[in-house]
Design a protein around this ligand. Sequence first.
Ligand SMILES: C[S@@+](CC[C@H](N)C(=O)[O-])C[C@H]1O[C@@H](n2cnc3c(N)ncnc32)[C@H](O)[C@@H]1O
Length: 276
Amino acid sequence: MQTPDELYIDLLKKTLTFSLWPEPPVPLGIFGRRKHSTRRKMAQGINRMLSARGLLLAEVPAYSAEQRAGGEVWPGYADTMAGLHRLNNVEQCVRQVVADGVPGDFIETGVWRGGTCILMRGVLKALGVSDRRVFVADSFEGLPQPEMDRYPQDKGDALYDYDFLAVSEETVRGNFERYGLLDDQVVFLKGFFADTLPDAPIDQLAIMRLDGDMYSSTMDALNNLYHKLSPGGFCIIDDYALPVCAQAVEDFRKEHGIDEPLEPIDNFAKFWRKAA
Ligand SMILES: C[S@@+](CC[C@H](N)C(=O)[O-])C[C@H]1O[C@@H](n2cnc3c(N)ncnc32)[C@H](O)[C@@H]1O
């Protein structure tokens, strides 16, 4: 039989991923299109006119429950893109470091609507842990443009042009509040990682979860945070299926002689545990 904290965390994961309900239609022009695409602008124009009459044009999502659980789609309504399998991994990592007394805070670099960090905070609350913080690191205005002089590996990356990926700090704070989980154990680091992570007020980490999609975002997080990860801590790579992200991880592991096994979480993400 599930204990009350297991029941709470289970419900939290299902709510954050919006998997208790079928996905409702999503207003046309909201996502999956670049900022200046003509189709997107036309759809938004039509919806502006229709909204005066209380109507809107919407598309019915074509993805399956399995694709949502696997975090393989950009969801319309969930508070995280990660999907249930990856949230299970986050829960397990939090439980493990708490059970083993691995010292340190938690961070996610690249939070979007904040759902994965909300889960971290919720699990700490359920376990009665009050001496660990959750760092919420994001520009809160989407991805950066590729910086060809620092990271030529990002050549051609166009994710900066999708404002679906830009969620404001105010919205993310509001999301934490809706779950009753915004307090002083949650610390926001606003700005691009290259600017915020070098001087972030973090001494020790027990979990670092990277979800910044690009070579630069992944490498900036590894370079600035991995040495703060305690032995026995977890390094989770959400975007391992993206070739540039895998490349950054492999380059970093090779340069630093990291040979702890990379374990799959689902078809997309991987993680490893730093040797104790
Ligand atoms: C795929 S989304 C993250 C999804 C999120 N982890 C979740 O559970 O739904 C990528 C996020 O990374 C942020 N991001 C990517 N690169 C960044 C960088 N270099 N600096 C700051 N934020 C960045 C974007 O603003 C966006 O919110």
